[in-house]
Ligand binder design. Structure first.
Ligand code: UT7
Length: 336
């Protein structure tokens, strides 16, 4: 058995900055409400027609990660792509990355675990590397939310939160099993599936033709729905549980954490976790202020920025944790 370790990180966000004041011009909201409730100051939105998609952003992030990993694209043995906003209903973006990067015909897997998508994707990559089946795995989290949001007052509880962007990581084999990814922990609770969901179009529900036939101006089923307070309450509990689970598995304490990179759901959630584990500002990385919630892309974007800022050093204990739609949640414990 081997461990896996991250040897390259990259991120890409579209250039177009959308501030809270920009949003207040198209819906009833304001900078004070958004900052107070979420910590978000601005986010990036792809401008329609600019050519950026979930896949192209993922490819841009992946190219940086591969270059920093110091490997050739043809050394990649497997691709794992996490998103809730794929370019096509099918096929998923994994194969589009294989095509666009010109990688040989390796396997490409799409992960649909929303805000926990990157944590799930890392866990999958880790298992393949641990068993020796693959040596180098490319993991991408990318989202293009902005084209699918209800940008009216009706949708403000959701649409002010989400932003576009992508992050990527290259994982490789580590022979020293005291280093790299020490463990991953995944959970789900489908009982609350609809509390944070986008239910149409869906084959088991309403298909595109049904939506067109109904032509109902009050139809909200093709916009994301979030029971914000319920999600918030579950998030703080599950984030805490899954971090403790990861630490206990490795006989570690919260005081051992050098850097916690939480999924950027809401600054208030991160601050709650920080306080609960009595971590200093230096021990928790947040960038939701700049990018909003980028779902599967949020952890790899944050981890890349933390690494670029020198906040992730060899030997550090780095903890990734996520919670989101499904509900799904998980953590990754890394000895960098
Ligand atoms: O990443 C996946 C996991 N997602 C999360 O973890 C998100 C968890 N939830 C949250 O972050 C918060 O619940 C929100 C930020 C979504 C909402 O904050 P909240 O403090 O729970 O506000 P609320 O939904 O209870 O709304 C409070 C008030 C309402 O008005 P009334 O009924 O009190 O008159 C809303 O209509 O704020 C109103 N409101 C807004 N006002 C201005 C909702 N959205 C907005 C807005 N601007 N954008």
């Amino acid at each position: 058995m081997y461990n896996s370790k991250i040897i390259g990180l990259g991120h890409y966000v579209p250039e177009n900055v959308v501030t809270n004041d920009d949003l207040s011009k198209v819906m009833e909201t304001n900078d004070a409400w958004i900052q107070e409730r979420t910590g978000i100051k601005e986010r990036r939105h792809v401008v329609k027609g600019d050519g950026d998609t979930t896949t192209t952003m993922g490819v841009k992030a992946a190219k940086i990660a591969i270059e920093r990993a110091g490997i050739d694209k043809d050394d990649i043995d497997f691709i794992v792509f996490a998103t809730l906003s794929p370019d096509y209903y099918f096929p998923g973006p994994g194969v589009l990355v294989q095509r666009d990067l010109g990688i040989k015909t390796v396997g490409a897997l799409d992960v649909r675990n929303q805000c926990s998508g990157f944590v799930y994707a890392i866990s999958i990559a880790d298992q393949y590397i641990k068993t020796g089946m693959y040596k180098n795995v490319l993991v991408i989290g990318s989202e293009l939310h902005s084209h699918g949001l209800d940008m009216t007052t009706r949708g403000r509880g959701v649409s002010v939160i989400f932003g576009d962007g992508a992050g990527a990581a290259v994982l490789t084999r580590e022979e020293d099993t005291t280093k790299g990814i020490l463990s991953t922990h995944l959970h789900s609770e489908g009982q609350h599936a609809e509390e944070l969901s986008l239910i149409a179009p869906g084959m088991g529900n309403r298909w595109v033709t049904d939506i067109m036939e109904d032509n109902d101006p009050n139809d909200e089923s093709y916009y994301p729905h979030m029971n914000g307070q319920f999600v918030f309450k579950n998030a703080v509990v599950r984030f805490s549980e899954v971090i403790v689970e990861g630490l206990e598995k490795n006989k570690l304490n919260a005081t051992d954490i050098d850097l916690l990179v939480p999924h950027q759901a809401n600054l208030r959630i991160s601050q709650f976790i920080q306080k609960k584990f009595q971590l200093s500002d230096d021990q928790v990385f947040n960038n939701i202020m700049k990018y909003g919630n980028t779902t599967a892309a949020s952890i790899p974007i944050a981890l890349t920025e933390a690494w670029e800022e020198g906040k992730v050093k060899s030997g550090d204990l780095v903890v990734l944790a996520a919670f989101g739609s499904g509900f799904t949640w998980g953590s990754v414990i890394i000895r960098w």
